[in-house]
Design a protein. Sequence first.
Length: 343
Amino acid sequence: MNQNSTYVQFKQKQEWSEARTVVVIPCYRVRKHILHVLSAIGPEVWRIYVIDDKCPEESGNYVQANCQDPRVVVLRNEINQGVGGAVMTGYLRAIADGADVIVKIDGDGQMEASLIPDFVGPILAGEADYTKGNRFFNIEDVRAMPKVRLFGNALLSLMTKLSSGYWDLFDPTNGYTAIHVDIARQLPFGKISRRYFFETDILFRLNTLRAVAIDVPIKAQYGDEVSNLKVRKILGEFFVKHVSNFAKRIFYNYYLRDLSLASIELPLGLLLFIFGVGFGMWHWLHSASEGVATPTGTIMLSVLPIILGLQLLLGFLAYDIYSVPRKPKHINYLRKKRPSASV
């Protein structure tokens, strides 16, 4: 082992020993798995927040009665707020308690707690503001996925790329995430979706903050747990919300905060494309009703704006992909020189 790699490992250990890493676990009908999840969380975690989201199984009381880990703090929502509402309850408490990095995992045992360092490491190293899991890196895991779930995730990923602006991310509904507290405290908690759209909506909010988000490869695990997320039922609802977020993102990034060549390419490309299609369809229907051939000049007047419009739209798309945030926004942890944390 060379000196450089030894130094890197030393700095990573120093970061872990000084960082206040907390884990947020929303609980709803996971009583069968929650104790196993808690026992698997390693000593690198400073505090664990278990959020009882008005669970009918009284998971909060169950954890308090059966878990002796002093790091565990049970929080309760008096009204069921969905996974997003539960996570935000944990976020707000973690911010108030002085956490540095907030990791969110589910309480159903599908997420390996041993991977927490993989999610926190890039944040402490100043490489990312937000990390999330991606179950699609391993081709064998992809083959094992149910075809409906695979298709649904691919479709949701495409919509998320458009609405969030993170073109290099996949598996948007994956709930294994980590975020730096400097970014978390800037989130508009009152506006973020509180149910299944939470993971996707938070990506849109992060993009408006120009935060760096990256994928972390994880292995897909499926046991006897039952997911409450039914892709076929939420595609329509998600589509409407994606369109809304896309429109807001474009307005914020390309017209309110800044103006660029892309700000011109998008509306001009849309106008030319719509004009070309509309003009061509109208003349085609007119010629068909008259029983005559459409003149070549008319066809060219229709095709040319369509081609130009597509070129401008592709130019805008290329600019948008290139504009994915690359420079983390949070203050490098080692520069903070905070005192060591204790449980």
